[in-house]
Structures are given as structure tokens and as C-alpha cells.
Write a protein that binds this ligand. Structure first.
Ligand SMILES: *Cc1c(COP(=O)(O)O)cnc(C)c1O
Length: 415
């Protein structure tokens, strides 16, 4: 076939080109930890090729599952195609993927500096700031990428839409500012259904596959889509450090990809209905959702095909109201993570963004919603009854409601 396939078709057929030759229709799961070697020479050559980031030679062996696994490789091929990338490399978690990206780009002589655009997922912010990987980090706003670059900068880290406040950063502009320095975009919230960072010049599109790609809350995984050359550097780190994705997880992710476009469209449709309801609610001080500001710079339309299914909101009743709501919902599970078929609610400052320094931490009145596939009206009814429960406990005096939130309401939790 010559015409490019529609993304919905790629999601169903990607990474399956060898199945017919194998005589199977569903994805096989290959659990071998070790593989027969044809002879010492070809076994050794295969080991050498993969330990340095390459693929198994045609006449060789996969040698050992820390170097190569066909079930994982099929998922990687499918995800690469969905991200318009040459290759992708899968890991045992989103953080293992980010760790490999940082290591691969800060270990060359004279490259130990990373520019990180805030806000970022709490775990990424923490990993960069912890110094654990030996990288030196400059945090900045999207427009400050250019002036933050130094001769020893090896990587720019950007997340858009960002976790948890759905800030949108202009990927093409960040890439322009970064110049020669490769940019990794955390594409977890948008997924390849809504956004393809590589088309906008990013070197890598990274996912916590735990979220939308898996979509059912039963796999922890990460994946980076990139050029074959970058994939070699990442596979080398993966082979040496062992941050592997297990083939059972790869199987579930690959299966999950087939419904990703449909799930994303329906979850987004639900989210839009819920946003419309939230913006009129007196209990809600502010709703964070892409495009609510009218997209004044036109970034959204330029780089995204939709607004997604994540919502954040500031509660007028402050931390007390937010806290009550998390325990009062029935359909929304009070839990971290996101992107699954069922809806979740959580408090970023206390949980996902707890390791973030106070100055960059979300406010204490912010709640984050991950909208699932339930009926939107049922979800709205659930939120309405949770808001009512919060009102009976934490209703602030009317005089306070009309005034802006004080520092006491917005200050980060320091529990
Ligand atoms: C969850 C998440 C991560 C980390 O992924 P894990 O699979 O939990 O290791 C990274 N980035 C974003 C945006 C996330 O939501």
C-alpha cells in the first residue's frame, strides 16, 4: 500500500507484519529469557551488536532477553509508527524511560547540563533535581529555553500538556530555541492520537505507557519514540542498566494501542462535557483545560488535534473542600495515575507533585481529574454530590467566597 494509512488503521495493524509468516492472528507472547546460539562466533557477534544498542543480526540470535524480546519489539514498532518515528524503545516504567533519556544525553564528555521546562510531572522534576544521575539542571519557563542553553547542555525536557495544570507549551518554538540540543517531549497526556512531537522537530516523544497507551490500569511501562540512531543509544542504556519492559506488559500495551484512538476520542468527549459543567459551578474557582483561554497564540490548533481528557480545577473551599471531595466521590476513584478507562481524582500537591519544591508545587486547592469511559452524565452527578458533601463541611463564609483566595488557601501542603 502506498497512501499513508489513517492513524486509526495504524493503531490496529502496527507492529504485526511478521504474524502471518508465523501463522498466527493474535499477538504471540514470547517469554524466553535466553535463546539458542547458532555457534559461538555468530552468538558473540549478536551479543556485541545488541549490547551496543543494535538489533539482532538476521543470521544470529537474540541471545538474552535483556538485549532483545520479540513481543516487546512488536509493540515498539507499532508505537514508532503511531508517533511518525523511525523507532521506539520500551522500558519498565515511564521513569525508567526518562532515566535512560537523561543518561544517554548527559554522559558524553562535556555534556552534563539539562534544561527542564516547568511544570513537569512530579517524578520527572524530582529525578532531575535529585542529582542522582549526575546531571546539572536549569529549570525555566517555555520562553527561556534559548537563554538557558549552555555549551555543555545535552538535553531539553518539555512536557505538554503539562501535569497537572494542562499548561500548553509551543513544541516547535522550544525546538527552535534549543538549536542543536535534542528536545524530549513528554507526550503522556496527549498520546500520539492528539499530538506527534517528532513532526514538530522534537528528537524524542516519551510516554508513561502506564497511562493512556495501556489504558486499563494494569501495566507499568514507558516508551520513547525517536530516530534509529537515538534508539541505539537508548537500547544501550537499557541493556546495561536493565530497565526492561516485561513481554506480558508489552503484549497488553500492544493490544491496548488498538483501542487507543477510540478511547481517546470518547474520553475527550466526556471531559469536554464535564468541563462545560464545571465552569458554571460556584464551588469551582478555576478550571484548567486546554483551550479554555481561547488559545490566544494558536499553539493548540498548530500542534494538537484535540484537547484530551485530563482536567484540573481549583476549589473555592480551598484544601478542606478538595480533601472532602476526594473521599466523597463514588464513581471517581481517589487514586493517582491517569488515562485509564475508569475515572480517577487526586490531589497533586499531596501526591503526584509532592516531591516538587514548594515554589513549583501546585496549589493546595487544586484537584486533578482523569476522565474515563463512564457515561458523562453519571460522572457529573457523582461530582455534584461530592461538591454538596464538601459544601456541608467546608463552606466558607459568603464574604470570603467573593474575594480572591488568600495565601492560606493556596499555599502548598507541607504535610
Ligand atoms: C506517570 C507519569 C510519568 C511517570 O511514568 P511511570 O510509568 O509512573 O514511571 C511521567 N510523565 C508523566 C506526564 C506522567 O503522568
Amino acid at each position: 500500500m502506498t497512501a499513508p494509512l489513517h492513524p486509526d488503521t495504524v493503531a490496529v495493524h502496527g507492529g504485526r507484519s511478521d504474524l502471518e509468516g508465523l501463522g498466527v492472528h493474535a499477538l504471540p507472547i514470547d517469554l524466553s529469557t535466553t535463546n539458542p546460539l547458532p555457534d559461538i562466533e555468530r552468538g558473540g557477534d549478536s551479543y556485541e551488536a545488541m549490547a551496543t544498542g543494535g538489533r539482532p543480526p538476521a543470521d544470529g540470535s537474540m541471545v538474552y532477553a535483556r538485549l532483545w524480546n520479540p513481543t516487546v519489539a512488536r509493540f515498539e514498532a507499532a508505537l514508532a509508527e503511531m508517533e511518525h518515528a523511525e523507532a521506539s524503545v520500551a522500558f519498565g516504567s515511564g521513569m525508567a524511560a526518562m532515566t535512560a533519556v537523561i543518561l544517554a544525553h548527559t554522559n558524553a564528555v562535556g555534556k552534563r547540563h539539562v534544561v527542564a521546562v516547568r511544570p513537569l510531572y512530579g517524578g520527572t522534576d524530582h529525578l532531575l533535581g535529585s542529582g542522582l544521575l549526575g546531571a546539572e539542571v536549569t529549570y525555566c519557563d517555555p520562553h527561556e529555553v534559548g537563554r538557558s542553553i549552555r555549551p555543555d547542555t545535552g538535553l531539553v525536557v518539555l512536557e505538554t500538556p503539562a501535569n497537572p495544570t494542562l499548561d500548553i507549551a509551543d513544541i516547535a518554538d522550544a525546538v527552535r530555541q534549543a538549536g542543536e540540543v535534542p528536545v524530549v517531549v513528554d507526550n503522556t497526556f496527549a498520546t500520539p492520537v492528539l499530538q506527534n512531537p517528532i513532526d514538530l522537530g522534537a528528537a524524542m516523544s516519551l510516554h508513561s505507557a502506564t497511562k493512556y497507551l495501556g489504558g486499563h490500569g494494569d501495566v507499568i511501562a514507558g516508551v520513547v519514540a525517536c530516530s534509529e540512531e537515538t534508539a541505539e543509544a537508548l537500547r544501550r542504556v537499557r541493556a546495561v542498566t536493565g530497565g526492561l519492559l516485561h513481554p506480558l506488559g508489552a503484549y497488553l500495551l500492544h493490544r491496548g494501542l488498538t483501542t487507543l484512538p477510540v478511547r481517546m476520542r470518547q474520553q475527550q468527549e466526556n471531559a469536554r462535557r464535564i468541563v462545560q459543567w464545571l465552569i458554571d459551578r460556584p464551588e469551582v474557582a478555576e478550571v484548567f483545560y486546554p483551550g479554555l483561554d481561547g488559545d490566544p497564540h494558536g499553539i493548540l490548533g498548530r500542534q494538537m488535534r484535540g484537547t484530551g481528557a485530563m482536567i484540573a480545577m481549583r476549589m473555592r473551599g480551598g484544601f478542606a473542600a478538595a480533601s472532602t471531595i476526594t473521599t466523597a466521590t463514588a464513581l471517581f476513584t481517589h487514586a493517582v495515575s491517569l488515562g485509564g478507562v475508569d475515572s480517577l481524582i487526586q490531589h497533586p500537591a499531596a501526591l503526584t507533585h509532592r516531591p516538587v519544591p514548594p515554589e513549583a508545587r501546585p496549589a493546595a486547592d487544586v484537584l486533578r481529574l482523569s476522565i474515563g469511559l463512564e457515561n458523562a452524565a453519571d460522572l457529573i452527578t457523582d461530582l455534584a454530590q461530592a461538591f454538596a458533601a464538601a459544601a456541608t463541611i467546608a463552606e466558607p463564609p459568603l464574604s470570603e467566597r467573593a474575594t480572591p483566595l488568600s495565601d492560606a488557601h493556596t499555599g502548598a501542603v507541607r504535610a
